[in-house]
Design a protein around this ligand. Structure first.
Ligand code: TXA
Ligand code: MG
Length: 352
């Protein structure tokens, strides 16, 4: 391994941004380097989207397969027109309504975006984040910034700077610590190249939100029936993802029945000598007595669960857990995105 880059880690308060640090970070971007920055979803590993050499460094640092395209981040809506061939009316409406925010749109790209970024596709993924540090960095560097989640490929996306240092120390030029991210799951990816918008990856902006504005919104069948032989339209969705070191089993169905089955399996695995942990919710914690649990949050507050999910998976790894027994959540609103990530993390799903 050639882990020889010196990584500078700096703290920035999103409510009181130190522009000297932003200038230094923008300088690194403009010289073809890599900067990790916070967004409202997860931390991103950024480089100049118009510099192929810099983009290469992203793939290298993450160990990311070359056939998985990157999201290009912009700071103002107008910047989209430099990168996209034709912006359909529907996309303009979504941009107006949901940008800045956790929405990524797939649109036909201009030549200026290289095949490296789009993995040879004729479309590109564009996003305008709301996080102030992210926007300040894009504005200051005056470049569109390519940024996947700042984790080693396959691991849960980072929602705190400590997750980034764990994965990327010595592999990037700078890490900006802007505190915990807000939503905790990656942006919604929506394909705008056909007349009906289609969600390829569920996230903070839901299908209901989009249908509320455009009248309709479809879901790529592959995100619902994971494991079946449907080929996802978003290349990233075909990979096993969000995997902690521990094996994850997901228990779907009625909350009380799930807790009962989880208790049973916990005892079974523990007696086999496996370090077992339960990913619970505020409503079910009482069922597990003094077993090892981490609570994802209150079932009636999906945003709490989404913001905690990836941290919980990483925390189990830090505890040396071999097997995680996780509850599911209702598939409503943000619950769809939470279930999508849990489903991808899980090696096995049990319907109770
Ligand atoms: O919230 C987020 O979106 C974060 C922050 C950093 O902005 N970024 C992120 O990037 O999650 P990444 O690379 O981890 O996920 C990008 C997803 C992948 O599933 C990729 O396959 C898909 O977007 N994607 C990118 N370009 C695409 C394209 N042209 N067509 C279809 N899917 C595309
Ligand atoms: Mg990712």
């Amino acid at each position: 391994m050639e882990d020889s880059i010196k990584t500078k880690v700096v703290k920035v308060d999103p409510e009181n941004i130190d522009y000297n640090i932003i200038k230094e970070a923008a300088d690194i971007i403009n010289k073809g380097g890599t900067v990790v920055f916070p967004t409202e979803t997860v931390y991103g590993l950024g480089a100049d989207a118009l510099n192929e050499n810099a983009v290469d460094k992203i793939f290298e640092a993450k160990g990311r397969p070359q056939d998985n395209p990157l999201i290009v981040h912009i700071a103002e809506v107008e910047e989209m027109y430099d990168l996209i061939r034709e912006v359909p009316e529907n996309a303009k409406i979504l941009a107006e309504r949901f940008w800045p925010g956790p929405l990524t749109m797939i649109l036909y790209k201009k030549e200026i975006l290289s095949d490296k970024i789009t993995a040879g596709l004729n479309t590109a993924a564009i996003r305008l984040p709301v996080n102030k540090i992210a926007r300040a960095l894009i504005m200051e560097s005056k470049k569109p910034i390519a940024a996947p989640s700042a984790n080693i490929s396959g691991k849960p996306s980072p929602t705190e700077a400590s997750h980034v240092t764990e994965d990327l120390m010595g592999k990037v030029d700078m890490i900006i610590d802007g505190g915990s991210t807000y939503i905790g799951l990656e942006s919604t990816v929506v394909d705008m190249t056909s007349s009906t918008p289609m969600i390829l990856r569920p996230g903070g902006i839901t299908g209901e939100d989009i249908a509320g504005v455009l009248g309709e919104c479809a879901y790529d069948p592959a995100i619902i029936k994971s494991g079946e032989k449907t080929i996802p339209k978003s290349p990233g969705q075909k990979y096993r993802h969000y995997s902690p070191k521990a094996k994850v089993i997901l228990y779907k169905g009625d909350m009380v029945n799930a807790a009962e089955k989880i208790n049973e399996d916990y005892d079974k695995f523990t007696s086999q000598g496996l370090n077992t942990g339960i990913m619970s919710t505020a409503q079910t914690e009482k069922f597990y007595g003094n077993k090892t649990t981490i609570c994802m949050g209150d079932r009636t507050k999906m945003l709490t669960i989404s913001s905690n999910l990836f941290r919980c998976l990483r925390d189990f790894d830090h505890m040396g857990i071999d097997i995680i027994l996780s509850e599911a959540v209702d598939e409503k609103g943000l619950g769809k995105a939470i279930l999508n990530r849990l489903g991808k993390a899980a090696g096995e799903v049990i319907e109770v």
